[in-house]
Design a protein around this ligand. Structure first.
Ligand code: FES
Length: 72
């Protein structure tokens, strides 16, 4: 889904920028290659970033080491 029409930034790109450590929509846009133009998308982009940082990190666990899974 497009979040920023002016720059054609998608939600996945903005979430990825957040996962790289960026916490500000302006900085996320700069990392994606350009700053905001009309600015209408900034509240939605910032909400995506805030949610990404609020969500617990998902860690990959090898199946053989996952609780309740027997190897073999
Ligand atoms: S919609 Fe993002 S700057 Fe205009």
């Amino acid at each position: 889904m497009y979040v920023c029409i002016c720059n054609a930034y998608r939600d996945a790109e903005i979430r990825e920028a957040a996962r790289s450590g960026l916490r500000c929509a302006h900085k996320a846009y700069a990392a994606l290659g350009g700053g905001p133009r009309c600015g209408r998308c900034l509240p939605a982009a910032q909400e995506l970033i805030d949610r990404e940082h609020a969500a617990p990190a998902v860690m990959a666990v090898p199946v053989a080491e996952a609780p309740g899974v027997r190897a073999g």
